[in-house]
Design a protein around this ligand. Sequence first.
Ligand code: NAI
Ligand code: 13P
Length: 360
Amino acid sequence: MKSIGMIGGGAWGTAIGKILAEKGHQVQIWAYEQELVDSINTRQENNLYLPGVSLPANLTADRDIRAVAQDKDFVIFSTPSLYLLPAVRQIVTVPNIAEGHTPLGVLTKGFVHTQRGPRLILETMEDYLPGFYKGNLVYISGPSHAEEVARGKLTGLISASQNPKNSIRFRELLNSETLMVFSSLDVIGVQISAAVKNVVAIAFGIMDAMKEFSGTVGDNTESLLLAAGLNEIQTIARAMGSTHPETFTSIAGVGDLDVTCRSIHGRNRRFGREIVLKHILEPFSSIDDLLSNLQELGYLPEGAVAVANVKELAERLNLKLPISSGVFRILNKENTPMDEARGILASLTGARLDFHVDFP
Ligand SMILES: NC(=O)C1=CN([C@@H]2O[C@H](COP(=O)(O)OP(=O)(O)OC[C@H]3O[C@@H](n4cnc5c(N)ncnc54)[C@H](O)[C@@H]3O)[C@@H](O)[C@H]2O)C=CC1
Ligand SMILES: O=C(CO)COP(=O)(O)O
């Protein structure tokens, strides 16, 4: 039996915490909201982010982030990207982490924006953690909606680390009857795949909504977008130093892109659909305005956080990324979804597209 601290009480940290607790480990979750701590501890349910799933009694919650990281055999970060760095900074001086005794894993998908610009999650964490952790952090990703993992649907994940011993440690920790975990050395490819697929899924959601009104956009068109999205992921990942081309044909690459674009659980897909069907961008003047007022949206599409980072990286690396650039312009109110969608499709087919869609 191991003791495990989960830093982040959203749907994903809770689902993974449940799997670990069901394997007999003692799991403690750091949750930001007191209401959530009470719900997990008294009703064995994450009422805010994973309602309707019954949690084991050996999974508890606490609002004290340092207490959750303290004296644990493993600590796993599961916050959204926006809240990751403040969480890391709070736990770096917890003795077992300051001394490098506790292996650290990360489930967050996205980038961290620092004064040096967009950075990958693990490299940013390494800047704040003691030197023992350099090359030893483990990044865990794959096609894995929390709603399904928590309900025992068979799921595959990839545990990636520069140190194979550590990726195997987390692989063994997480492997269960329903969770199959594989190892990878390609920490850059896996992180970029996880971050950029969320941006592509916003575009996919927009196209998916357009299908309902357009004689031109269909399932075939969506697959065209998906394939181009995978190409965009590879382009940026290679430029950033991805080491293994097979990452993109693995569950961390095309697998996660597919589920994020197509699953009804996907929030990035939902966000894209609601841009068209519910005009949800109307109250916001720009991406910054949207990210400052996320509570008005009521859920967190990581692609909306990632897209400005992708744009900045594309400019720095001189890359052409038509889908990400189009999503940026839509969210930043520089163009209408319709015009951008047409532009994205034209860039994929190399054709001039004049089709008309009557939005609701
Ligand atoms: N939900 C899923 O199926 C999956 C999510 N992920 C990734 O895991 C990460 C976490 O996502 P979810 O668990 O889905 O999040 P969620 O949307 O379910 O929950 C939001 C989280 O943010 C926390 N929070 C809200 N305001 C905060 C603040 N001001 N400071 C600190 N924390 C605050 C909440 O307590 C909660 O833990 C994301 O990067 C996501 O992309 C990865 C795989 C699957
Ligand atoms: O990363 C995920 C599935 O693997 C979750 O995707 P969404 O954030 O779009 O729900």
